[in-house]
Write a protein that binds this ligand. Structure first.
Ligand SMILES: [Zn+2]
Length: 421
């Protein structure tokens, strides 16, 4: 066993050896009377938080059909003493005034899920302390955390210098539409943005660029008997998919990665005995590197154009969704130095959440925070609870870890709304 004095000396040495980033969190903050009370509120009312979490999960909310969930959230914001509104996109927004002189902080939790109404979203609670249902994590847990953190701030009358905006967004899963629209309508309103999304883990301060396209090949079509040598959209699409998969990606282990998936969805004809008039397939392309995103996309389109030309068919590319890239890690070193990142890391550490070593904060992300990153607003995303299987029917979440999810919101609200020193 090590002498405690020596241990703390060694700890101090090892901490000094690491890069230090500015943080607005200090161990004195959770000891402040109002903040302490708010944290205690979360523990004292945790059973209610879990009940509400289950309730929210069971309100169906496919992207574009969030209104029932939105009505619930709006009513709860109201009961908590705020004056919420539903904006033209369907986002629910409410402002909690600060005492003045501090930055405005926006918390955003998306309400939509990827599951159509036909999917059973009833929650099963298992004896191992987990909840199971499609959407139970992504992002119902964050919506519940946000509501409970607001109640805690109100009950303990936590004073913040800056305002805190509570934003429940729509259509995150359909290209961050609600978030982009809110930022567009409220230019300059957000000094910082914290998206509450993802499993608990690294704090993310970058933006993974995502391009979703539909590649479409068309021709007049023909009966099989007359099909020999006619322009054939199937052959063009098949050739194009084959050619796309020859486009090189960064080597495994390279600092910046990219990935694509061609043909996730495909459509062609309806009968056996004809060359179809129209064939489509989708492409999902992802990387944080803006230039690489553009060059890979150009390369794919050009493969399709060549294949279409060879088969004498018409090619068009339709956009399904486009989410801009935040930039390579080296482009984001200034972002890493913004206190929003290290404050969130320190808050999670204070709450005894073990962050992956060396990956406390990552320069990527695919949440509402991406819209902030590409709009040059200091933005992060941070998680809601432990869990896995998001976007699948087997999605589950660990119940107890949602305490951390809710408490971090209280601490971030108190820390980040302080004026810069
Ligand atoms: Zn999500």
């Amino acid at each position: 066993m090590c002498h405690p004095g020596i241990a703390s000396f060694l700890l101090a040495v090892s901490l000094a050896a690491q890069t230090t980033y500015p943080s607005k969190f200090s161990p004195a903050l959770p000891e402040r009377d109002d903040v302490k009370q708010a944290i205690a509120f979360i523990d004292a009312h945790f059973e209610q938080q879990v009940k509400e979490w289950i309730h929210i999960t069971e309100i169906p909310a496919p992207s574009g059909q969030e209104s029932e969930r939105a009505a619930y959230v709006k009513a709860e914001f109201e009961k908590a003493g705020l004056q919420p509104a539903i904006d033209p996109s369907g986002n629910v927004v409410a402002r909690r005034k600060g005492t003045g002189g501090g930055p405005t902080l926006v918390f955003a939790a998306h309400m939509d899920t990827v599951f159509p109404r036909s999917i059973d979203v009833r929650v099963t609670k298992k004896p191992d302390g987990t909840l199971h249902a499609p959407g139970v994590g992504d992002n119902s847990a964050s919506v519940a955390n946000l509501l409970q953190a607001l109640r805690a701030l109100q009950a303990a009358n936590v004073r913040t210098r800056g305002d805190v905006v509570f934003l429940a967004t729509v259509q995150e899963e359909a290209g961050l539409k609600g978030m982009y629209a809110w930022l567009e309508r409220n230019k300059g309103a957000a000094d910082m943005l914290v998206a509450l999304d993802g499993s608990l883990g690294p704090v993310r301060y970058g933006a993974l660029g995502v391009y979703w396209s539909r590649m479409k090949f068309t021709a007049p079509g023909a009966h099989t008997n007359r099909s020999r040598g006619v322009p054939n959209p199937v052959r063009a699409a098949a050739q194009c998919i084959t050619d796309i998969y020859t486009i090189p990606l960064p080597e495994p282990g390279a600092p910046v990665q990219a990935v694509y998936n061609a043909g996730g969805m495909m459509s062609a004809g309806e009968v056996v005995n004809a060359v179809p008039r129209e064939v489509t397939f989708t492409v999902d392309l992802r990387t944080v590197d803006k230039e690489l995103l553009g060059s890979l996309d150009d390369a794919m389109v050009s493969k399709c154009e060549q294949a279409a030309q060879a088969q004498r068919v018409t090619f068009t590319r339709e956009w399904i969704m486009r989410s801009a890239a935040g930039g390579r890690p080296e482009d984001l070193t200034d972002r890493r130095r913004h206190p929003i990142v290290q404050t969130a890391v320190d808050v999670l550490r204070y709450l005894n959440f073990e962050l992956p070593k060396g990956h406390e904060a990552d320069p990527d992300g695919s949440t509402d925070a991406n819209a902030g990153v590409v709009n040059s607003i200091p933005s992060i995303s941070t998680g809601r609870a432990r869990g896995e299987g998001q976007h699948t029917l087997g999605e589950w979440a660990d119940i107890d870890s949602a305490r951390i999810g809710a408490k971090q919101i209280v601490l971030l609200a108190a820390a980040l709304t302080e004026p810069d020193r």
